[in-house]
Design a binder for this molecule. Structure first.
Ligand code: ADP
Length: 655
């Protein structure tokens, strides 16, 4: 059951009432990611508002702009109605006490009822005007949500591989979620809660001064100033508790997400109890800061109540005194009472909205951080499209390190300072058009890194990579990647059908083309044995498929993409020898006449390659054809011998 916002300092639009907990409103709070910043939420306020405005004013849509204007007009109408309701309430009392005619009384009652219908029944029950406004605002809100979400999503996809590897997906998603709703919340809180409340206070003070006396205006003014000051001061003071609570909450949620994502590993190591204990510890920490937050909230609410109570007492006593002196009529007391209650009711929410705005700013801050995250690998402003003519690949003295900032060094300093962290040292080679180059070497020697650099997941620290004479750092990334097909070492699939996973290679491919690709990758028959064939869901990250099947899906995808340059990163490592042979044949067809770079573990699969490079600790230790390398009697020959021996051993064992 959802109700409107309850008084308190919850941080989202919705409050859920849980019947099992005695209808206590349960306020879910929007919490930001990495809320460690000690500075006030209002820091950079103007910049944030400047960021908000374009989302409020839907450029390019006259209809939505009209809706915004209409909503603002309705807001002004509400202010007007708020002035007239107490006046009509007073008129009714005065007409009743002075014995006016029935027709005049009936008219006054009808007008009063109409105004109340438009205004709403108090205690948060919204009237016709605000209901209409909320309804009209939905489209504007949807526009804002869509624009923000799409912009963020596109930005996240534009960020570099390094950024994605270093981030907690759970944190990022929460940041996106909260950031998006924070913009909507901010707009509606500021426009429809804070501004109207402030406008109502100003109108009330003017009205009291002009209709009653300057004393009434003064009482209201002092009361309001005290109220707002205390609310803001106490709320700002509480912020540190809230930030701490949110950080702890994020830690607990991240822990839960990480633990559930790795549930297989948890099972392997029988670590369920350990995971549960860690989670409980995180929750306990969160609850400690939650307690402080709630205790300070109680203090805030009591202070607000006290101020409002004092203001009401002073105003009511003064008015009652003046009525008893016959300076005012009874109706005037009713006017005062109605007006002041009408004014104080939304004020009760002021603390809540102030908190909501503050918290939305925090959420927005985190989203800002995401949005201002620089792309590490950027296209040049005037980046040309890669024009692939024959498909020659050249690596020229390439040096690379995964540690960030190394590119700031000059080449000489680079060698001295970071040579120990360099993954690739002075790597140079050429793959002629249509030829196949194989990279072999120990695990961790840098073979996959070479492929990642050709795909431009990272920029180089020194040297250059050219395709058909064009430096890949000078051409657009999308044009570069459109020509390259990759079959990675670990294939991760989308939680979708197996057919759609293959189609990912070319989303416009027909059913027949998908099936042909699957056939070429030797997975078609296997798919037909699955309960729903190509419509079978593969599970999260493709967990329902074996490593070999996933690799074959990846090969099928690449076949479908039909690229001019193919990178195979131990593409058949997860397959058994028989399947590997089948696939080798289809891979040979796919790769024929295409420039291919293969990272291979099993040397028997690369004997026919045009060139073999032996990578050792990031350097090219040997290069040549299979026979030449064997004749050299170096690292390659040793590896070959070792593999031949182990294969012979396996065959003997099998016999
Ligand atoms: P290979 O493919 O030869 O097994 P890789 O090219 O994957 O080796 O890795 C080479 C080295 O770079 C390894 O020591 C590995 O730990 C390191 N490495 C790989 N990826 C990253 C990364 N994203 N960040 C930091 N170091 C990495």
């Amino acid at each position: 059951m959802a109700s409107k916002l309850a008084k308190g300092d919850g941080i989202t639009l919705s409050v859920e009432v849980n019947p099992s907990r005695g209808d206590q409103p349960e306020v879910r709070e929007g919490r930001g990611v990495q809320e460690k910043s000690p500075e006030s939420t209002w820091h950079g306020f103007r910049q944030k508002i400047r960021f908000l405005v374009p989302y409020l004013w839907p450029l390019g849509s006259a209809l939505l702009q009209g809706l915004v204007m209409l909503c603002l007009a309705l807001l002004a109408t509400e202010r007007l109605i708020n002035v007239f309701v107490p006046i009509y309430s007073k008129n009714i009392v005065n007409e009743l006490t002075s014995g006016s005619s029935w027709s005049s009384l009936a008219t006054t009652v009808c007008v009063y009822t109409l105004l109340k219908f438009l205004q709403g029944g108090g205690a948060g029950a919204s009237g016709f005007v605000s209901n209409l406004r909320s309804f009209l605002w939905v489209r504007v809100q949807q526009y804002t949500s869509r624009v923000v979400q799409v912009r963020l999503f596109a930005h996240l996809h534009g960020l570099s591989l390094r950024w994605h590897l270093e981030r907690h997906t759970g944190d990022v998603l929460r940041s996106v979620d909260r950031g998006t709703s924070s913009i909507n919340n901010l707009l509606s809180y500021i426009l429809f809660s804070i501004l109207p409340t402030i406008a109502d206070i100003i109108i009330a003070i003017i009205y009291f001064v002009s209709y009653f006396s300057v004393w009434f205006g003064l009482i209201v003014l002092i009361c309001m100033v005290l109220y707002l000051t205390c609310t803001i001061l106490i709320t700002e003071w509480r912020t540190k508790y809230r930030r701490a609570m949110n950080t702890q909450d994020n830690a607990a949620k991240s822990k839960a997400v990480d633990s559930l994502l790795n549930f297989e590993t948890v099972k392997y190591y029988n670590a369920e109890n350990y995971e549960v204990c860690c989670f409980e510890e995180a929750i306990l920490k969160y609850q400690e800061s939650e307690w402080k937050t709630n205790a300070s909230l109680a203090l805030l609410n009591q202070t607000q109540n006290l101020i409002i109570g004092c203001g009401l007492l002073a105003g009511s006593l003064l008015c009652a005194h003046l009525v008893s002196q016959k300076t005012f009529q009874v109706g005037d007391y009713v006017l005062f009472g109605t007006y002041i209650i009408q004014l104080y009711t939304p004020l009760n929410w002021f603390g809540t909205y102030y908190r909501l705005i503050q918290s939305s700013f925090i959420d927005m801050e985190n989203m800002f951080k995401l949005l201002t995250e620089e792309k590490e690998v950027k296209d040049d402003v005037d980046a040309a499209e890669l024009v692939l003519t024959s498909g020659q690949v050249d690596f020229d003295r390439v040096c690379f390190s995964y540690s960030e900032g190394a590119s700031l060094f000059s080449e000489a300093v680079l060698y001295v300072c970071v040579s120990r962290s360099l993954i690739l040292h002075d790597v140079s080679f050429t793959v002629l058009p249509g030829q196949t180059l194989a990279l072999v070497g120990q695990s961790g020697s840098g073979k996959s890194t070479i492929l990642r650099l050709l795909f431009r997941f990272y920029d180089l620290q020194a040297g250059s990579i050219h395709i058909d004479g064009q430096d890949i750092s000078k051409v657009s990334q999308s044009s570069l990647r459109s020509y390259i097909g990759v079959v990675p070492q670990d294939t991760v699939l989308f939680n979708d059908t197996i057919g759609n996973n293959i189609r990912y290679g070319r989303v416009t491919a027909s059913k027949q083309e998908v099936e042909d690709a699957a056939l070429a990758a030797d997975i078609h028959d296997k798919i037909l044995t699955l309960p729903e064939g190509y419509e079978t869901q593969v599970g999260e990250r493709g967990l329902k498929l074996s490593g070999g099947e996933k690799q074959r899906v990846a090969i099928a995808r690449t076949i479908l993409k039909d690229p001019r340059i193919i990178l195979l990163d131990e593409a058949t490592s997860a397959l058994d020898t028989q399947t590997e042979r089948n696939i080798q044949a289809s891979l040979a067809t796919v790769c024929s006449n295409r420039t291919t770079i293969v990272v291979a573990h099993r040397l028997s699969t690369i004997v026919g390659c045009d060139q073999i490079l032996v990578v050792d600790e990031g350097r090219i230790a040997e290069r040549g054809r299979h026979e030449e390398l064997l004749a050299q009697g170096g690292l390659y020959a040793a590896m070959w011998l070792k593999q031949q021996n182990s294969e012979t051993d396996t065959q003997t064992d099998q016999r």
